[in-house]
Design a protein around this ligand. Sequence first.
Ligand SMILES: [Mg+2]
Length: 221
Amino acid sequence: MFPDHLIIDFDSTFITKESLDELAHLVLLNHKDGVERLKSIKALTLSGMEGKIPFDLSLEKRIALINTNKNDIKQISSELSKEVSLSIKKNKLFIKKNSSNILIFSGGFKEIIIPIVSEYGINEKQIFANQFIYDSIGNVIGIDKNNNMSKKSGKVLMIKALKLSGKIDVIGDGFTDYEIKKSGLASNFYAFIENINREKISQLSDKALNSFDDYINIVND
Ligand SMILES: [Mg+2]
């Protein structure tokens, strides 16, 4: 049976890529320190996800390295809409049918995520992610630090704040997704290995999913 709540991670799970890395590539491609900055950002993403450094520190440092604005963000969201994971795309109807029970938990940014998942029947209220702060002409000048997702173990803080009831499954590829189950507030954590197979995360999971089909088989069993 489909759970009361299915929490799906966005980066490297719902889509094949890391949205902030892609935004960084777009912005920094022609920047004079672009190559160096991109290397630092990639390393910070991995360290944050594998739990080697706190997520809040990883995010803050990455945003400081990316000098971005509203137009870039619109463009990257449109490009990433073509990068939805293969098995998610394939099961669009199943996801739409169950969309009222699906939540997106992401350390990424709402503005990038909304246009992509809305195609799958998942609306803004079901998306829990970070938010940029802009100046009057649309440049990003920071992130909303009051948002749980900007903090260390943000996904755990968020699920605690939501006070969800019933059976909760989590699907994701990173350490922060596993942490939701570790907190005791989710029934199952499934490692999503269609895009990236992190051995440490698979070992911590109840089961590794080669694709979203594997999850459908579990709930239909
Ligand atoms: Mg992820």
